[in-house]
Design a protein. Structure first.
Length: 132
């Protein structure tokens, strides 16, 4: 659960590089791309808002599943969240990836490892209980 909280904090770090209309290169966070006070000017802006909304919403949902749920469901939700977010960082952001997204990707891989380990331990523990 702590790692998902760190993921939420990482959405405030630079996630991607954007070239604006005047040719300036800026680093933007997931919150800046999701919530734009000036509005969305193009379809590409709306697509980016949905994409980066996933990076904000999924860690929050998984955090609450990890804290409030027990058993298999939290492992499957965590596994699915890690796969979706890691895939979106790798293929959605692509070449414009910034430092916040790199650290986030590494943490998703670490969470995926821990989730797989926890799932296997839960299955082994249930088999041991059934055999006893």
């Amino acid at each position: 659960a702590v790692l998902y909280f760190i993921q939420v904090v990482l959405t405030t770090f630079p996630f991607t590089w954007i070239v604006d209309d005047s040719g300036n290169v800026k680093q933007l966070t997931a919150f800046q791309l999701m919530i734009r006070p000036s509005g969305y000017e193009t379809v590409q802006d709306v697509k980016l808002a949905f994409l980066f909304g996933v990076f904000v919403i999924f860690p929050v949902v998984c955090f609450f599943f990890c804290v409030l749920s027990k058993g298999y469901i939290k492992n499957f939700v965590s596994f699915a969240c890690c796969i979706v977010c890691a895939s979106l960082i790798t293929f959605g952001i692509g070449a414009t990836i910034a430092m916040g997204a790199v650290v986030s990707l590494l943490l998703y891989i670490l969470i995926l490892f821990f989730t797989t380990q926890n799932l296997l331990l839960t299955v082994a523990d249930n088999k041991a209980d059934n055999n006893a």
